[in-house]
Design a protein around this ligand. Structure first.
Ligand code: TRP
Ligand code: ZN
Length: 869
């Protein structure tokens, strides 16, 4: 038996580089089956240099051709499948020397979508985190920052467009139908920010003037037939550029900024310097084919990648353990941008609720499971597995807490100091904290624990009201469960926005800083028993343990002036009732009714308030999950809500129509979301009566939000007309891959209908559909991940058939694309939380995958950690 332990990388083992690079010249002759890469690198001693040290370069899946040093053929080297080690350097490596390497890679065989690959006949690269080593031998680490000049050559007929980072220096015709383009990036950068794109693409462009008066060229490159779907991405880019100038004083530093869309991509998008590469899903949109949610996602991903130009590119990460330095900060920036784009206070609150809902549905389970890690991990086997909701979304919450503690102005001062100190450097999370602390003269040493400790802190609330003295005593106790490798935790520095709600409305909001294990506060002049509103706007990413009476929760649900906590009170009541297998009582129905009828509330807020907590979030509140029971009790609760308020839903459906030409603004999309919830609730209440209305909406819709919502309502409720509309949808959009992804995903995520569950059979049929492609991540996810990760009631079958499908799928995907396979592998992370027979079946499934001898390091790490005790 093989006893090799998987290799781990540790944060504390960081050493600065032995050598570093100055100028890098790349000459790349693009050929799908044999791309020749010539690199010329100026090498200098690095911070860990010692005379005579060899130069160790990494490379993967490369064919080595030749090596020269200072112009001379060099024979003192060793090759392994993963490295090129060069010995006998001139003058023991003490002075600058030139390394020239020629190597070959095979883009059309590259299904991992890391390094150089082909998609729909065009060339693309993805280098973060460690993809550059699949293009050429290199010091592929973020603390080696070099200047790049890149010459691309290709057959002009096949690749009329040749793009790379920075500014275009020249273009030339070459013999035999070839041509070339030379690009130069004026800013030093780590290899993970390198990019090239080549092929048959077309662009829309616009020129804008930035705050300093400089003119900038903005381009969005897509396949020619998609040119009519780029307007929204361009608008989002322009808005992002202006927002970053206004909010943080950060300007675009290049003459040209390009976005390119590609349909084969592992993640959302990538912030390569001046040449962002995007999954088509986050670029292409028009009303007929993209939903309001798609429009919002595009806006936020375009902003996210653009914001990386400063937070990530100008100041980058010392090593990959510091990933949250750029990701947490950049998510925080894109969340703030999107909130500002909503155009109103209530719009900001809607955005905040959506962000927190995502955090709690996805990150809380991660933080409680076998892959739990601090936002700055201490150990990893495969860095690709650490592009997680913890690093991104919890990382953003940690950045948000600085702003909560320091105020917006204080936060801005910290950001200014961070750039003043570190522009052009590769730094750590500690450097960011130090800039925030120093700029504000605040001691943030305890705050540091948010970077080093995993797990979601719990805060227990105890309250005593003393009417005789008009005092209210609040005691908070914090704790944090053990996580892998971290048994005992030190107390966190937790900022809690708090207000006592009274009929007189006479208590101000305060910021409580919980730093001790237990801490008490006394509030004076409290002349009536208040209702506590704590962790307002979700000021800290914690779990509250607060046994509040249902009466108080109902009060909060009707009067809390903090929209987040108002929503939260409603969620907590619903959660308690669902977990207690109860139906909504008359009082709760009345509260829902008044909220729905309140003319002062945004439709988007109403939609959020009437949407029940997700099943996966409910799981986390249990000590032993019966997924079928939770599904049924949640569904029964929903049906009751639908029936009791049927008249209101019918009225809301009419009142929230958006007649006239389609508009994508926050007001209109809020109305559509409430209207479509109403439609879904009507079908929940009585599919026979309301199905024709849904079919009609499906047929007459002039936008994807309404058409898809109607289709989904029909499919989910097993209503008459569903099959016909599904057929129509496929033929109507057969040529639009992103819409066909929706068609697949909807069918794979259909929960059981009236106790009947045929979804797994359906999913297996879909996998055989001529339009299904396992190699394309969007398509694979639309069938497989949609079923295994977004359809809990169908996935968790007592006979284990869902898990068997998961095993097959992980093993089929892994040799093609380990990153996509490893994400899927995580669907069983929380197996220990489940009751029998589920738990046993899940464990067996994990063991089946683990038994495969040829697993990628990506999947190996995920299943290894899931099974570790
Ligand atoms: N840095 C990218 C972002 O957050 C993430 C990313 C894109 C990525 N593609 C990737 C990470 C491939 C790992 C592998 O915007
Ligand atoms: Zn990012």
């Amino acid at each position: 038996m093989k006893t090799d332990l998987p290799q781990s990388f540790r944060r504390l083992e960081y050493r600065p580089p032995v050598y570093t690079f100055d100028q890098v010249d790349l000459d790349i002759a693009l050929d799908p089956s044999r791309t020749i890469v010539k690199s010329r690198i100026e090498v200098l001693p690095g911070k860990s240099f010692e005379p005579g040290a060899p130069l160790v370069l990494v490379g993967q899946e490369l064919e080595f051709v030749s090596l020269r040093i200072n112009g001379q053929a060099h024979r003192h080297f060793e090759l392994t499948p993963e490295s090129l080690t060069i010995h006998s350097l001139p003058n023991e490596g003490k002075d600058k020397f030139i390394v020239e390497i020629i190597s070959i890679c095979v883009p059309n065989k590259n299904t991992s979508l890391m390094g150089l690959y082909v998609s729909n006949g065009n060339f693309f690269t993805q280098c973060e985190a460690e993809g550059f080593r699949k293009i050429t031998y290199f010091l592929d680490r973020p603390d080696v920052m070099a200047r790049y000049r890149v010459t691309l050559q290709a057959r002009e007929e096949e690749c009329p467009v040749l793009l790379s980072n920075g500014n275009l220096l020249k273009q030339e015709k070459l013999p035999n139908g070839w041509h070339s383009a030379t690009w130069e990036d004026p800013f030093p950068k780590p290899s993970y920010l390198f990019a090239l794109v080549a092929g048959k693409l077309a662009c829309v462009e616009e020129t804008i003037t930035t705050s300093s008066g400089a003119k900038k060229l903005l381009q969005i490159w897509v396949e020619p037939h998609d040119l009519n779907k780029t307007r929204h991405a361009m608008d989002s880019l322009i808005a992002s550029i202006h927002w970053d100038e206004k909010r943080f004083g950060l300007e675009l530093d290049l003459e040209r900024f390009m976005i390119v869309a590609v349909s084969d991509f592992n993640m959302g998008a990538m912030e390569n310097k001046g040449l962002n590469i995007f999954n088509t899903k986050f670029v292409l949109a028009q009303a007929e084919t993209a939903t309001d949610a798609d429009f919002a996602n595009i806006e936020s991903v375009v902003a996210h990648e653009y914001f990386h130009n400063w937070t990530g590119n100008r100041v980058t990460c010392q090593d990959w353990f510091q990933l949250s330095l750029k990701e947490g900060l950049t998510v925080f920036r894109d969340q703030e941008f999107s909130a500002d784009q909503m155009g109103s206070e209530s719009g900001r609150a809607v955005k905040r609720i959506e962000d927190v809902r995502l955090l709690r549905q996805l990150q809380f389970p991660e933080d409680a499971g076998p892959m739990a890690h601090p936002i700055r991990p201490d150990e990893y086997q495969e860095i690709n597995n650490f592009y997680t909701v913890t690093v991104y979304e919890k990382g953003s919450e940690v950045v948000r807490m600085y702003q909560t503690l320091l105020g917006r102005e204080g936060f801005r001062k910290g950001m200014d100091l961070y750039f003043q100190r570190h522009d052009g450097q590769a730094v750590t999370c500690d450097d960011f904290l130090a800039a925030m602390a120093d700029a504000n003269n605040k001691d943030l040493s305890q705050f540091q624990r948010w970077y080093s400790q995993a797990g979601t802190p719990r805060v227990k609330v105890e309250e005593v009201y003393d009417p005789a003295n008009g005092q209210y005593h609040l005691t908070l106790t914090q704790s944090c469960a053990s996580t892998p490798g971290q048994k005992d935790k030190e107390p966190f520095h937790i900022p809690l926005k708090t207000r006592l709600l009274t009929a007189k409305n006479d208590q101000p909001e305060q910021l409580l800083e919980l730093t001790q294990p237990t801490q008490s506060w006394t509030f004076q002049n409290v002349t009536e028993r208040p209702v506590l509103s704590i962790n307002r706007n979700f000021s800290a990413p914690i779990q509250l343990e607060f046994e509040q009476s249902e009466a108080d929760l109902l009060t909060q649900f009707s009067v809390d002036d903090d929209p987040f906590n108002r929503w939260e009170a409603g969620q907590r009541i619903a959660m308690q009732m669902i977990l207690g297998d109860r139906l909504p009582d008359a009082q709760l129905i009345n509260s829902y009714r008044s909220l729905l009828l309140d003319p002062n509330l945004d439709p988007a807020f109403k939609e959020l308030a009437l949407t029940l907590p997700a099943e996966t979030y409910l799981y986390e509140q249990c000590s032993s999950v019966d997924p079928q029971k939770i599904f049924m009790s949640r569904r029964a609760f929903r049906k009751e809500l639908a029936k009791q308020l049927q008249l209101e839903w019918a009225a809301l459906y009419q009142q929230n129509q958006t007649p006239g030409p389609f508009k994508s603004d926050a007001q209109s999309s809020g109305k559509r979301s409430l209207k479509n919830l109403a439609l879904s609730m009507l079908l929940e209440a009585d599919p026979k009566i309301w199905a024709p209305m849904a079919v009609n909406q499906y047929q007459v819709a002039d936008n994807m939000t309404d058409r898809y919502a109607a289709l989904a309502a029909l499919v989910i409720h097993g209503a008459k007309g569903a099959e016909e509309c599904l057929r129509d949808f496929f033929s109507r959009f057969a040529n639009d891959a992103l819409v066909i992804d929706k068609w697949f995903a909807l069918q794979s995520s259909r929960p059981p209908v009236d106790g009947k569950d045929s979804t797994l059979l359906e999913v297996k049929r879909l996998r055989e559909h001529p339009a299904f492609k396992l190699n394309n991540p969007n398509r694979a996810r639309s069938v497989i991940h949609a079923f295994c990760a977004n359809n809990p009631a169908s996935f968790h079958q007592p006979d284990g058939s869902g898990y068997a499908f998961w095993v097959e799928s992980v093993l089929a995907l892994d040799p093609i694309n380990p990153q996509v396979a490893a994400r899927l592998a995580r669907a069983l992370d929380r197996w220990r939380l489940f009751a029998q027979p589920y738990q046993g079946q899940m464990k067996a499934a994990l063991e089946q995958v683990a038994a495969c001898q040829t697993l990628s390091p990506d999947v190996r790490e995920v299943v290894g950690k899931a099974l570790a005790d």
